[in-house]
Design a binder for this molecule. Structure first.
Ligand SMILES: *Cc1c(COP(=O)(O)O)cnc(C)c1O
Length: 398
């Protein structure tokens, strides 16, 4: 395979999502990236095999270490984010876990926002403490709390913005400054904003990660994840952790993600345009208690949304129904186009009731701190005709 990868610094994001790593064609000159469905590689000689193992020759060794299709996905993401290096993982949680395990050791401290993907909270609250890592969770919107929470031994600062499921925004630039005051690394899970709306590296983030399962695939097919950062870390501690413990991305899933990236930009823009229409429609509805949408002026961090996400409210809308959980369930049972599903970022509109699903492990106090009420539902707005979505929602609301 020809490997004359270049840094396409002059290309804009939409072009990179389509052509990034496009030079990695085989001798057959295929238009669409080749799928190298192989676990291992044949060496021309034992001398060459020995050289690859010592690192004196370039080339693939084993697909737990690397695979050409996976490399193309990593390279396309790397170019898109403008990172020095990237490494793919088998899922978003494999990415979060690999970052934690490769950066932390007993005696270290992690400071994180309280509003996180449920499984990330499990890692912070239950798993890391077992290995001697202390964790502190703060209200992400409260910069004083971040400042108070930071310690001399804080090695890692972690956040998501917008948060799941209450779509609160966190000021990445301000938190980066606090993290860097003690030389901690700021890690941002950028799933909810997507690479289209928010570029955390430009705001001082050290490591960006994604669940590619969501908008990058975009059609609910495959699990995948990716971690981006500086070369020292990605090709050092992170690569070592992934190679030795095995959360590697399958070549097939990498190929699906590559195809997903080619339409990511237009899809996300359409998701957002539909989400805005749906959020506006819900805001005026008499069965709705409260709509949470960062694109609305009433959203408490709308100014930050303008600064950090270009003013776009994003592809998700959360809302509370009048009448609590009973009303929420009755509404969900009457939906026909919108499907009940805890995934997000799909072409299909998906709705979930966090209290009884993604956040049911939390205590009542934890849910109260996160402002996740029984009346709350989270809607991942799909690519259907927005008028059909509003009809569906309107009918179900009665
Ligand atoms: C889905 C998700 C994850 C986990 O990703 P998987 O691919 O499901 O493992 C992590 N963070 C956020 C914000 C997510 O939405």
């Amino acid at each position: 395979m020809a490997d004359d990868r270049k840094d396409h610094n002059n290309w804009r994001a939409d072009t990179r999502m389509i052509h990034g790593a496009g030079e990695m064609r085989s001798q057959y000159g295929e238009t669409s990236e080749a799928l190298y469905l192989t676990s291992s590689y044949v060496y021309p000689s034992p001398e060459e095999a020995a050289k690859r193992f010592t690192g004196d020759a370039e080339g693939y060794i084993y697909s737990r270490y690397g695979n050409p299709t996976v490399t193309m996905f990593e390279e396309r993401m790397r170019l898109l984010e403008g990172a020095q290096a990237a490494m793919a993982t088998s899922s978003g949680m494999a990415a979060v876990n690999a970052v934690f395990m490769s950066l932390l050791k007993a005696g270290d401290h992690v400071l994180a926002s309280r509003a996180l993907f449920g499984a990330s909270l499990y890692l912070l609250n239950e798993l890391l403490p077992r290995y001697g890592v202390e964790t502190t969770l703060v209200d992400g919107g409260d910069l004083d709390a971040w400042q108070k929470g930071i310690r001399k031994n804080t090695k890692l600062v972690f956040l998501e913005t917008p948060t799941n499921p209450t779509l609160e925004l966190i000021d990445i630039k301000a938190v980066a400054k606090i993290a860097h005051s003690v030389d901690a690394k700021l890690v941002v899970d950028n799933v909810f904003a997507t690479p289209v709306l928010q570029q955390p590296f430009l705001l001082g983030t050290d490591i960006v990660l994604y669940s590619a399962t969501k908008h990058i695939d975009g059609q609910g097919r495959c699990l995948g994840g990716i971690v981006l950062g500086d070369k020292d870390y990605i090709e050092g501690d992170l690569m070592q952790y992934i190679r030795q413990t095995g959360p590697s991305l399958s070549p097939f899933n990498a190929w699906v993600m590559l195809k997903g990236l080619e339409t990511l930009s237009i899809r996300v823009r359409q998701h957002c345009s539909n989400a805005k229409k749906v959020a506006d429609f819900l805001k005026g509805h008499k069965a709705i208690e409260r709509v949470i949408y960062p694109g609305h002026k009433e959203h408490p961090q709308h100014d930050l949304c303008e600064k950090q996400m270009g003013g776009d409210g994003g592809p998700l809308v959360a809302f509370e129904l009048k009448g609590g959980q009973e009303a929420a369930f009755a509404f969900m049972n009457k939906l026909s186009i919108v499907k009940i599903c805890n995934n997000l970022g799909d072409a299909k509109s998906l709705i979930t009731h966090p209290v009884t699903t993604t956040h049911q492990r939390l205590s009542n106090k934890e849910r109260a701190d996160l402002r996740i009420t029984p009346a709350l539902v989270r809607l991942s707005v799909g690519l259907e005709d927005a008028s059909d979505l509003m009809d569906d929602l309107g009918t179900a609301l009665g």
